[in-house]
Design a protein. Structure first.
Length: 637
């Protein structure tokens, strides 16, 4: 990098110019440099810097001391074009070229290495990932970990380093370096004996190295450890791998030709939060069922979950994992052509597209992810049925707001993320997925965001208001740089209009919460739209009898309400609670109910439906009153 400055954080903090360290000798100045680097190219207020430098107990001279430290830092970086400390109205901003920070280069190398592996170039992946790990000089930010806000970045970078180490091992295995990796993997399982992913890599290396019995013994070792330490059995990834090793599955032994499973899965730009149990179960289902369909409303996280599962099982398919986005298709006839194009299958004039795809997949071991099937349900279901009948080694993982409805389909409803119930106010990190997701996404726009006793109740209220819907939570969290949490909570209490993306290149159907729900709404027929809108008057759920009385009229016959309601359940717009009491209750996620209420308010039937709703529950209250003091009190309550 010549005479440019280098800022090093992958170890004790350092500044290097021309190969020589010029880092400040003063510990307080190094702390200040670390704080500016963590918020590089972002203004940081003097008050915030003072609070963190002196841990909330600044001396009277703190402001003048800060100015002195800034002046000394400026002397170090003056004359270098890649960095400058700029004074802003209420603080300072470190303007810096990102490539001068070793952590940025590490992430770039990591991304390029993973992309090389996914593209089939294991040799390039090995070289690039090695270069990434070579940037580490010790424990990240080792000498400034006492600073508030540093812990989150340390954790993020250490987790990424662990992931890169695993990806490098995958590249080495893909290149055929099975025996060479065994000692390294043995050391890793010794350091982290509860990492099932590392044990799976060790088993695979042993098996590919001609040591089947040792691979099976490794499975028994991890099974014993998990049983003794945690009282659990190995997860589906390990269990399925052991079974395939026992059966000597030929797809486990690829030639050491420098290639890896082919895929078009892209590296996600944001972290994946939660869903541990769902992923474990889905890995098991995908490994044992020909067709698994993830259903749920718009914004439930179906696509992200399918991608995550696809990446986790990548090594299980000799011919890879392929992701097909069907959302942009306008013509049913485009479905097989879109799949063929994604797979790279060349068209043949004398062969129908369906037959072309089936011929290509007939002898391949492959996971095909079909994303956003709901608006092309019939042609997608027909194609999936045909392919699965003709391709014995094919597995299909579909995402849809409605199940495909064909023989052999396993449906998995993607639930909302967990959030604290009423009465809980201060959440604990790691206990509730909705809270963790909010915090992770808030840090994308405010790197110093931390969960605390002061802001915890607001985060809980926001996640509860959004019913744990991932898209809605992400959109709300993206506003923490322009609205206080109290303001976000207040605005969500009125409507959901602030929930829109402020980033480019997002699918239009997920650009706002409104468009996500409207995508489903536009696929409904007239009867379904009428009932969907009218059900919004039930704020806390309802029974089928309530819906029949309140929502029927001359346009929607009372005898048809149940059938239409069932279709709304099938299309993930209404939730049926069948195991929470003797009678089935129905409800709508709050963001969906708010959309439906808005549609009802703009139509001519709101007043009539509201009047019927009031009359219905007045009648229920009158019937319940004498029962509330009798033996049937619990049932009526």
């Amino acid at each position: 990098m010549g005479q440019d400055l280098e800022f090093l954080v992958l170890g004790p903090i350092d500044v290097v110019a021309g190969g020589k360290s010029v880092v400040p000798a003063s510990a307080r100045q190094r702390d200040l440099l670390a704080l500016l680097l963590l918020d590089a190219n972002t203004a940081v207020s003097s008050d915030r810097l003072i609070d963190r430098l002196w841990h909330g107990e600044p001396p009277a001279t703190a402001r003048s001391a800060l100015q002195t430290y800034i002046a000394r830092l400026r002397k170090i970086i003056d004359g270098y074009p890649t960095a400058e400390i700029v004074t802003v109205s209420d603080g300072y901003r470190l303007d810096i070229a990102e490539q001068t920070i070793d952590a940025f280069r590490f992430e770039e190398f990591s991304r390029r290495g993973r992309e090389s592996l996914l593209a089939g170039s294991a040799r390039t992946a090995i070289e690039t990932l090695d270069a990434a790990l070579d940037l580490w000089r010790g424990d990240v930010l080792a000498d400034v970990r006492h600073l508030e806000g540093v812990h989150a970045e340390v954790t993020r970078l250490e987790e990424l380093r662990s992931h890169v180490t695993g990806t490098l091992i995958d590249a080495e295995l893909a290149f055929g370096n099975h025996l060479e990796m065994i000692p390294r993997l043995e050391k890793l399982v010794e350091e982290d004996p509860l990492s099932e992913r590392t044990w799976a890599r060790l088993m695979l290396a042993l098996y590919r190295g001609g040591r089947q019995s040792d691979a099976l013994r490794a499975y028994q070792r991890v099974a014993d450890i998990l049983g003794e330490e945690l009282g659990i059995e190995p997860g589906p990834e390990l269990y399925n791998l052991e079974e395939r090793i026992l059966l000597q599955d030929p797809s486990l032994t690829r030639e050491a030709d420098g290639t890896s499973p082919r895929t078009n899965l892209e590296r996600p730009v944001t972290s994946f939060v939660g869903r541990r149990r769902e992923i474990e179960r889905l890995i098991e289902l995908v490994g044992s069922r020909p067709l698994v369909t993830l259903t749920g409303p718009g914004g439930a996280g179906k696509t992200r979950l399918a991608r995550e599962v696809g990446e986790r099982v990548l090594a299980s398919y000799a011919d890879g994992v392929w992701f097909v986005d069907l959302s942009s298709i306008q013509d049913d006839r485009q479905v097989p052509f879109t799949i063929a194009e994604t797979l790279g299958v060349t068209e043949q004039p004398d062969l129908p597209a369906v037959d072309l795809v089936a011929k290509y997949l007939e002898h391949r071991s492959l996971l095909l992810i079909l994303d956003n099937c709901e608006h092309v349900l019939e042609p997608t279901a027909s194609l999936a049925r045909s392919l699965l009948a003709r391709c014995p080694h094919l597995t299909v993982l579909a995402t849809s707001r409605q199940r495909l409805g064909i023989e052999g389909e396993t449906t998995w409803t993607v639930p909302p993320l967990s959030f604290p119930g009423h009465g809980a106010s201060t959440p604990v990190p790691g206990e509730h997925e909705a809270i963790d997701l909010f915090v992770e996404r808030a840090r994308l726009v405010d790197t110093g965001f931390e969960l605390s006793e002061a802001n915890g109740p607001h985060v809980v209220a926001i996640c509860r208001r959004l019913d744990g819907l991932p898209l809605a939570i992400e959109l709300a969290a993206a506003r923490v740089d322009v609205l206080s949490l109290a303001d976000i909570e207040h605005r969500l209490g009125e409507n959901f209009s602030l929930l829109e993306r402020r980033t480019r290149f997002q699918p239009m159907r997920h650009s706002t919460l409104d468009t996500a729900v409207r995508w489903s709404y536009d696929l409904l027929d007239d009867e379904e739209r009428q009932l969907f809108e009218r059900l919004s008057v039930f704020a806390g759920g309802f029974l089928i009898g309530d819906a029949e009385v309140v929502c029927s009229d001359d346009r929607l016959d009372r005898s048809d309400v149940f059938d239409v309601l069932t279709r709304l359940v099938d299309k993930s717009l209404v939730v049926a609670h069948t195991s929470e009491g003797p009678r089935t209750r129905y409800s709508m996620l709050e963001p969906l109910r708010a959309f439906a209420a808005d549609m009802l308010a703009h139509g001519p039937h709101r007043a009539v439906v509201a009047a019927r709703h009031a009359h219905r529950f007045l009648t229920v209250a009158q019937e319940a009153e004498p029962e509330l003091r009798g033996v049937n009190q619990r049932e009526w309550l």
